[in-house]
Design a protein around this ligand. Structure first.
Ligand code: HEM
Length: 443
């Protein structure tokens, strides 16, 4: 099992071994799917692929109660129903006022604080998710919920790195003491367990108190608690994953937008011309304009494809023996969708390394595979935040384009600084900090 950038290694192995690669991890079967067709056929269409591997470390951290780490079964079905009712394509429109308001908040920060433009972009995604989930208005990075949630994300990403997931191959793991060589990670896991309990319970209690006093702002948790249709435990753990699953990933989309505008000024100009034509220069873009801005939609699709924020997705597990293309796939096999290999597949995307929104433009663009059909997962486990991130990306991108010019930063000699393309390590692949100049387009 390659421990660094496994998706890149799997894509290299594709040339040697083909679309399906079988590995064994101390006797456990792992199947890597390198093709769009294989992922859709198995993960997208066969219900027996909708479970998860053991994720022993995640369970030690108390994360087993969260939707993402649930095996397929009744609890997962209840969580997914709840999340669908709040985040489906039509339901997500209820959060559009929050998203518009947050986009304006971000533009406002850009008028006086371009130095922290990325920190504020990250805070923007956190603010939007916390407000949509709990109705809590976040004022700064020092907000109690944000501090707890970020601390949780930091320790969770240490623990969930591919190296630590190797513990899944040790059935004796729960009985190994934390002083055992290499098992000290269990101590971090216990601490994270307490952190997540505090984070999730404090927020639910806050919403309950607000509901009792009649002051609760509309939110996913307030609405589902009030509906009386869901058990409190399901609401707690299905909503508790949203910041963890949505904040960094949505930020990954928005930072890629800024990066690609820096790299491709001609794309920025073309997109601004579209926004100016439809919206004019006297008001802010709104969701009403969305249908009229097809090039913005092409840019969003290209960001989703090119950035491949979760290049190896989240592993699935098959619960029954299966056969596919002449191969036997035993029950219990961990199945990894290498969405990195799909996004870089030359048979699907011409010149795949190139950031080129035009590939999705016009009639011909309709025949090109929409990255939303693979980059955010498959079938019964497809990302429930898909429509939330899609509309968030639209409003933030259109608003920035309408009001600001993004260009390369200059050094002390007035020379343009080429932005660095480096990525965070770990399962969520997000660009690291780079410098840029952001200027208002008018006084
Ligand atoms: C571009 C941004 C995002 C990307 C790339 C992304 C990617 C993914 C992927 C690959 C999965 C696993 C799917 C599978 O197992 O087949 C997933 C699951 C999930 N995502 Fe997202 N996601 C994004 C944004 C969001 C947002 C904004 C939210 C919440 C508001 C969210 C909530 C979730 C949840 C709750 C799950 C667990 C679903 C389950 O296990 O059944 N995601 N996401």
């Amino acid at each position: 099992m390659p421990l660094e950038l496994p998706w890149v290694r799997f894509a290299e192995w594709k040339r040697l071994y083909g679309d399906m690669i079988h590995l064994t991890l101390l006797g456990d079967h792992v199947l890597v799917l390198n093709s769009y067709e294989g992922c859709i056929d198995l993960l997208g269409q066969r219900a027996i692929y909708a479970s998860r591997p053991k994720f022993l470390l995640a369970k030690f951290m108390g994360m087993g109660r969260l939707t993402t780490f649930q095996p397929y079964g009744d609890t997962l079905r209840r969580h997914r129903k709840l999340l669908h009712s709040a985040l489906s394509k039509s339901a997500v429109t209820q959060f559009q006022p929050v998203q518009e308001e947050q986009a304006k908040w971000y533009l406002n920060t850009l008028t006086h604080d371009t130095k922290n433009y990325l920190e504020n972009l990250r805070l923007l995604t956190g603010r939007a998710i916390v407000q949509a989930t709990y109705g809590i208005e976040v004022k700064s990075v020092d907000d109690n919920y944000i501090v707890l949630a970020e601390e949780f994300i930091r320790s969770a990403s240490i623990i969930l790195s591919p190296t630590n997931n190797l513990w899944d191959a040790f059935p004796m793991f729960p009985y190994i003491p934390s002083w055992f060589p290499g098992a000290s990670i269990k101590r971090v896991a216990y601490q994270t367990h307490q952190l997540i309990d505090r984070m999730v319970n404090t927020s639910i209690e806050h919403v309950k108190a607000q509901l009792a006093s009649g002051e609760a702002a509309p939110s996913l948790v307030a609405n589902t608690l009030e509906s009386g249709q869901y058990a409190e435990g399901d609401i707690t753990w299905a909503s508790g994953i949203l910041y963890f699953a949505g904040a960094d990933t949505t930020y990954g989309v928005l930072i890629t937008f800024i990066f690609s505008m820096l790299k491709h000024p001609e794309i920025q100009k073309k997109a601004q011309a579209e926004v100016d034509r439809v919206v004019g220069r006297g008001r802010m873009p709104t969701f009403e304009d969305r249908e009229e801005l097809p090039y913005i939609e092409c840019i969003i699709k290209e960001i989703i494809r090119w950035s491949t924020i979760t290049p190896a997705g989240v592993a699935h597990c098959v619960t029954e023996d299966d056969y596919y293309n002449g191969y036997w796939i035993p029950a219990g096999t961990t199945v990894i969708a290498n969405t990195w290999a799909i996004s870089r597949d030359e048979t699907l995307y011409k010149d795949p390394e190139r950031f080129w929104p035009e590939r999705f433009e016009g009639e011909a663009g309709k025949d090109v595979i929409d990255p939303f059909t693979f980059a955010l997962g498959f079938g019964r486990r497809i990302c429930p935040g898909l429509h939330f991130v899609h509309s968030m990306a639209f409003i933030v991108i259109a608003s920035i384009l309408a009001n600001f010019d993004i260009s390369k930063a200059l050094d002390e000699n007035g020379q343009e600084i080429e932005p660095n393309e480096s990525y965070t390590p770990g399962a969520v692949r997000v660009l690291e900090h780079f410098e840029c100049t952001i200027k208002p387009r008018s006084a």
